[in-house]
Design a protein around this ligand. Sequence first.
Ligand SMILES: Nc1ncnc2c1ncn2[C@@H]1O[C@H](COP(=O)(O)OP(=O)(O)OP(=O)(O)O)[C@@H](O)[C@H]1O
Length: 225
Amino acid sequence: MKLVLETKNINKHFYKPKDFHVLKDISFGVREGEFASIMGKSGSGKSTLLYVLSTMDTDYTGELYLGNELITGKSHQELSRIRNKNIGFVFQFHYLLSEFSVLENVMLPAKKLGEKSNSEIERDAHQKLEMLNIGHLAGQRASRISGGEKQRVAIARALINDPTILMGDEPTGNLDSHNSENVFNIFKNLKENQGLSLLVVTHDEDFAKRTDRIIEMEDGRIFKQ
Ligand SMILES: Nc1ncnc2c1ncn2[C@@H]1O[C@H](COP(=O)(O)OP(=O)(O)OP(=O)(O)O)[C@@H](O)[C@H]1O
């Protein structure tokens, strides 16, 4: 089956305050349409790995592929474009611009990409918000909506450029159980109805157990996948 993301022997060190081998020979892939989770104890390297996979961190050895394209070694400018077009990212905290409306927040990554007209982007943003059942919030200021709603807006923003993979770093870490369940169901629907691939770091065992596959990390290594 086609891989949307693949790593070959990724190693990474932090050199300050002293040499620390944080990622050790990470080789794995995410299949098209797969909903995978990454679990592991605090400090095992999950977030560090996700930042390498999302192309935000380029300080590593080994190879990272998105689809069949080798991403490792590309310039920051190229990476910024590849990331914006292909990878949606949802964090524990939503990082919405609080003075902007919900609609404006969702439109931002598409405006940055610059491939569509403003009216097309606006139409797409409304469509993403409707899909996540928050169409009625489009005109609200981002600061005025609840935590669960903010996270759904962040998901809509992550989807605006129709990425091939959605990554999450503890996307339910700041939510109550009701809103966590909502986010899980949104992710599952994206996989089932749109064939989206998802890779989510989580401490939530109930969440992880219901994904297609749990990738387990320990001490900078993948020990089960
Ligand atoms: N910039 C840095 N410099 C040095 N060490 C770092 C740096 N960032 C992270 N580390 C260390 O690397 C290790 C892995 O960190 P990482 O945040 O990837 O772990 P994690 O598995 O995501 O943990 P958590 O579940 O607590 O978020 C930890 O020991 C951390 O202290």
